[in-house]
Design a protein around this ligand. Structure first.
Ligand code: MG
Length: 394
């Protein structure tokens, strides 16, 4: 699994005109299952845990098509304008990467459904190469023909692959290849071709049929069917911890100063336990106690983020993404309001989602019951997760 502390950037190239697919707007702006091809692609990349910075490259005259997308997405993806050729557009995207990024994924917006497994494989491939690109072996028999359709020969398909995107590159090597080829860079149909010409090692990794390119009108039907294979699932969580000795309670991984702490086997972060259980619930994957038995001494005093990380990894491993999490902390004290911003920021970071996708609220029980008697804190959470339809996944 890719190191998620990563420094991985993603450039989604959406500057093309896509005339072959017919219709008015370029194909990446056409709707499939309630979102444009571009949005589907951005979501798949943005939700990958290693991707730290994503930028979309659009054509200079594409504002009218991009504006509704920016309005629908929360937060809207950053974008830059591309150039006259694909190479110019990719370069513009690379220029938008900051200094901490040292690996980059280049993706075509016309491929709406790249999988996280493909991205993992390509990033892993960079351990031994400057470029690693997803590809599938050619299955059909190949024919070479003249303009009239008369077959000239049947070339062997042995060793032939169909290259897909996102393609992964070591950023300095890719920048070097662009610099070396300068004006000539536009003759390559993908960046891997440019890297090959520069003498770099380019590795093939396992591609996926679901990352097909929408090229012809009938491909929209296929994309529609793919999108419908996703489903939205809901999970809920509930947890309680009693107060004990201490000077702070840990909530969402953040120490909140108090005259007491929370007692429990781990760090007793009632908020993270609740959210973790909600995620496991959405996946139909048991509960926190099943994955991290309290009887196991290795979880004694453990930071609860490791429990949440497991649930978040499980969502990603299923090819899913977290849509939102809504958390309510229940108790008389400490007051959550002054810390709410930090709690939301921490929770969003741990869930690897933008802050707009989490909400942390607090309420009292009007001094009734155990929270009202200030004996401890409770928490409730609801989450929504989008995953591939999983009737056949246990
Ligand atoms: Mg607990």
């Amino acid at each position: 699994m890719e190191d998620r502390k990563g420094d991985v950037g993603a450039v989604v190239v959406a500057a093309g005109r896509g005339v072959r697919a017919g219709g008015g707007a370029p194909k990446q702006y056409r709707m499939v299952a309630g979102a444009t091809l571009l949005e589907h692609a951005v979501r798949r990349l943005q939700s990958h845990p290693a991707v730290r910075k994503l930028v979309v490259v659009i054509a200079r005259d594409a504002d009218e098509w991009f504006a509704p997308i920016a309005a629908r997405m929360s937060p809207p993806p950053p974008y830059v304008y591309g150039g006259a050729t694909r190479a110019d557009s990719v370069r513009a995207g690379l220029d938008a990467m900051d200094g901490s990024i040292d690996r980059v994924l280049i993706h075509d917006a016309a491929r709406p459904f790249p999988t996280h497994q493909m991205i993992d494989a390509s990033l892993d491939g960079l351990a031994e190469a400057d470029a690693a690109i997803p590809a599938l072996p050619v299955a059909d028999t190949l024919k070479r023909a003249d303009e009239d359709g008369r077959v000239l020969e049947t070339p062997s398909r042995e060793g032939l692959f169909r290259a897909q995107t996102p393609q992964a590159f070591r950023l300095p090597a890719l920048r070097g290849a662009f610099a070396a080829f300068a004006a000539e860079a536009s003759r390559f149909t993908d960046e891997a071709g440019l890297m090959e010409a520069s003498g770099a090692v380019v590795m093939l990794t396992r591609g996926s049929e679901s990352a097909f390119k929408v090229t012809h009108p009938e491909d929209f039907m296929r994309a529609e069917q793919m999108a419908e294979s996703m489903e939205t699932r809901t999970g809920q969580g509930f947890d309680v911890h009693a107060f004990g000795p201490g000077e702070a309670v840990i909530l969402c991984g953040v120490p909140v100063p108090h005259t007491k702490g929370l007692s429990g086997h781990s760090d007793a972060d009632v908020a993270l336990h609740t959210v973790t259980d909600a995620l496991f619930g959405a996946l139909g994957a048991g509960d926190i106690g099943m994955h991290f038995p309290p009887s196991d001494p290795q979880w004694k005093g453990a930071p609860s983020r490791i429990f949440l990380e497991k649930a978040v990894d499980m969502v990603a491993a299923r090819g899913g993404r977290i849509i939102n999490v809504d958390l309510t902390i229940i108790g008389e004290e400490p007051k959550i309001g002054p810390h709410r911003d930090r709690l939301e920021a921490s929770l969003a970071e741990l869930l690897r989602v933008p802050k707009a996708r989490v909400c942390v609220k607090a309420t009292t029980t009007e001094r009734l019951g155990f929270p009202g008697r200030k004996e401890g804190l409770a928490a409730l959470a609801v989450c929504s997760v989008e995953t591939p339809r999983s009737d056949d996944v246990s």
